[in-house]
Design a protein around this ligand. Structure first.
Ligand SMILES: *Cc1c(COP(=O)(O)O)cnc(C)c1O
Length: 345
């Protein structure tokens, strides 16, 4: 059965154009800096983020890890949201491998960190304290529902940080969704921060990879860290080729996913037993939960949906996440609404 797979936008398979570009990619040894396709992708990515340099990495997790370690010494402190992907879902790498202490601030419902909270968290110059070095932001914010931050917010935090001698790293795994929904360029969001990572393998459909971008000197440091982490790849142009197609052809269509997310939310809102939260999705993610009247548990609903050819993500005992992407069309949205209507009771 062809599944309508709404578990994540990471399930996206490469498009035929990507497979063709991969088959024909010109390659070299990227550890020597000699892969022309990787170099081209890195240049494109840096330009799109408004940075001097880019570094192709195996995953968003590796991009954030090398990215944070390039800013911080062991024992330094990074300010992170308590719902940040880097804090929740990256196996504690910044602490385990980098010795970076995390200071967790409450993410606001829109995914932001409050400026007053950041200010209060900055450590005094006291031998009891770790040294505050870095602020990590996330845009769009995964765990906060695909919410996004404006360039004004990015500017405000960055200006504040730079005034205190701190750096800002942006986990922009879905920065192109944040740009699409605001009808702006990604560099307007990433411009003010010191470093940014984004994923090629989510809504942009490439099979593997992320790019970390920042100043030349910063990327030189990150390059050594990538090697240390085992991420120096050889003929990686095979992968980068798909990334180039992703940047050329996929960023412009993300608003279609956002429109379908709203359509799906609208349909599911009518289904008795379901509550949408929020009612209008911010970008490409729909969050919903079962009302107390519904007898079934999430796991039962998910099993039954499978029989209708629908794969849904589970976020809690009573809640789901549905993510729209390139491979979900209008028919898939309709099919999902019908299936939920039949299954939830
Ligand atoms: C997916 C994701 C990452 C990491 O991506 P991987 O490639 O799976 O390691 C980082 N941050 C956010 C917000 C993400 O959604």
């Amino acid at each position: 059965m062809e599944f309508v797979d709404l578990r994540s936008d990471t399930v996206t398979k490469p498009t035929p154009a990507m497979r063709e570009a991969m088959a024909n990619a010109e390659v070299g040894d990227d550890v020597y800096g000699e892969d022309p396709t990787v170099n081209r992708l890195q240049e494109m990515a840096a330009e799109m983020m408004g940075k001097a340099s880019g570094l192709f990495v195996a995953s968003g997790t590796m991009g954030n890890l090398a990215g944070v370690l390039a800013h911080c010494q062991r024992g330094d402190e990074a300010i992170v949201g308590n719902k940040a992907h880097t804090f929740l879902f990256e196996a504690g790498g910044i602490s385990a491998l980098g010795g970076v202490h995390s200071c967790q601030l409450p993410n606001q419902p829109d995914g932001s960190l409050g400026l007053e909270d950041i200010e209060a968290a900055i450590r005094p110059d006291d031998p009891h304290d770790p040294i505050t070095r870095l602020i990590c932001l996330e845009n769009t914010h995964n765990r906060c529902g695909g919410t996004y931050q404006t360039p004004e917010y990015m500017n405000r935090v960055s200006e504040f940080a730079h005034g205190r001698g701190l750096s800002v790293h942006l986990d922009g795994a879905r920065i192109f969704n944040a740009a699409a929904v605001q009808e702006i360029k990604a560099k307007e969001i990433a411009g003010p921060v010191d470093s940014v990572t984004f994923c090629l393998s989510k809504g942009l459909c490439a099979p593997v990879g992320s790019v970390l971008c920042g100043s030349k000197e910063y990327i030189r440091k990150a390059h050594r860290l990538r090697k240390m982490l085992g991420g120096g790849m050889r003929q990686a142009g095979i992968l980068a080729a798909a990334g180039i197609v992703a940047l050329e052809t996929m960023t412009g269509r993300l608003s279609e996913d956002h429109a379908r997310a709203r359509k799906l939310a609208n349909g599911l809102k009518q289904v008795p037993g379901l509550i949408l939260d929020p009612e209008v999705p911010a970008t490409n993610m729909v969050f919903l939960s079962l009302t107390p009247e519904v007898k079934s548990q999430t796991s039962e609903v998910v099993e039954k949906l499978k029989r209708y050819g629908i794969l849904a993500g589970v976020t809690g005992q009573r809640s789901f996440r549905l993510v729209l992407h390139y491979w979900i069309d209008d028919a898939g949205v309709e099919k999902t609404i019908t299936a939920f209507g039949d299954v939830v009771q």
